[in-house]
Design a protein around this ligand. Structure first.
Ligand code: DAH
Length: 341
């Protein structure tokens, strides 16, 4: 009997060594441990043995059975690992021409608005630039004609790092770098995440998105600014949007304006999202202040330009009827995926 056990063990090992997939492994499992498997048969045959011999033999067969089970479990892991390795290493396992399965995810509403704006501005000849979220006092304030202790800084409290750097409070922080990089003439937009040390409510967040734009060339005037803003807004909302231009003060533009659009959530009647005014400040803008152009190395005798700082977050809220700004950073898929087109 013991010889038989040794033979079965040897045969089991030989068959394990020869197989290379899970189907073959299952066949081996059936052949040894299945209802009519050789190990199972040995256990059945025990009934013909008696006494001490039965006890010893029973132990040996059960030991063999446990060994076989453990070896099979280990081989399953082994084969799965090899299969994974093969898939990773073989080029044909990736078909990059397959269409993406968009049903498993969706763009964030702000991403959708940003992509749309980028397309609109790119079609009008604007380049798209990126900029850091961490910058310094010079780029965020001083280069924008906001010297130390200027009261305009009150509106833009932010988060300061130990090394003196800060989280940018507005996308305007990139203006200087872009002027330095491209010189004039230039048309550029630069979308980005901004931060303010704010208390949060339905229309204020400490983390939000803006999209800045500048256009610098000879003879640029307020008419150019109005033209580009109107074209952009009518494209974004695909309908005529009521806008109003009010004087607005920003140290880096002169003259400066607030471009408001009528609140699309309440239709202009007043609601919490528009602070009951019926209007939403959407896009402050103006003619770039000569000090800012000079800081950016631009010749102010030859060039003028306009700048605007579009509230991307606000625009997304308007466009998709999102009432509470906090939903946007909530990470709630239930809320965010419903805007997917
Ligand atoms: N950076 C300003 C802010 O966040 C917005 C702004 C105002 C940007 C006027 C501009 C501008 O480019 O011309 O409050």
């Amino acid at each position: 009997m013991t010889t038989k056990l040794t033979e079965i063990r040897a045969e089991f090992e030989a068959r394990l060594a020869a197989l290379s997939d899970l189907d073959a492994l299952e066949q081996v499992r059936i052949a040894f441990l299945g209802k009519k498997g050789s190990v199972t048969e040995l256990l059945k045959d025990l009934k013909n043995v008696s006494g001490e011999e039965k006890r010893v033999l029973g132990q040996e067969i059960n030991l063999l059975k446990r060994e076989c089970e453990e070896r099979i479990a280990a081989t399953v892991q082994d084969l799965k690992a090899k299969e994974l390795e093969r898939m990773v290493n073989s080029a044909e396992s990736y078909d990059i021409t397959l269409p993406a399965d968009l049903s498993t995810g969706s763009y964030h509403p702000i991403t959708m608005v940003r992509k749309e704006l980028v397309q609109i501005f790119a079609s009008m000849g604007f380049i798209v630039e990126d900029y850091f979220e961490v910058t310094d006092d010079y780029h965020c304030f001083e280069a924008l004609n906001i010297p130390k202790n200027h009261p305009a800084r009150d509106m833009q409290d932010t988060f300061y790092l130990d090394n003196g750097q800060l989280l940018k409070t507005h996308t305007s922080a990139a203006q200087n770098a872009i002027m330095r990089k491209y010189g004039a003439p230039v048309r550029a937009i630069f979308p980005g995440r901004c931060f303010r040390n704010e208390s949060i409510d339905a229309c204020h967040e400490n983390t939000f998105f803006q999209m800045e734009g500048i256009m610098i060339d000879e003879n640029i005037s307020i008419s150019n600014l109005i033209y580009f803003m109107k074209t952009m807004l009518s494209e974004v909302f695909r309908k005529d949007i009521k806008v109003r231009l009010r004087p607005g003060f920003f140290p880096f533009v002169e003259p400066g304006f607030e471009l408001d659009i009528s609140c699309l959530i309440c239709g202009g009647d007043g609601c919490p999202s528009c602070k009951n005014s019926g209007w939403l400040e959407l896009c402050p803008c103006g003619m770039i202040h000569p000090n800012v152009l000079t800081a950016g190395g631009i010749d102010t005798d030859k060039y003028t330009g306009f700048a605007f700082g579009l509230g991307l977050t606000r625009l997304a809220m308007m466009k998709y009827g999102i009432k509470d700004i906090r939903d946007l950073n909530s990470g709630s898929l239930k809320t965010l995926t419903q805007f997917h087109k």
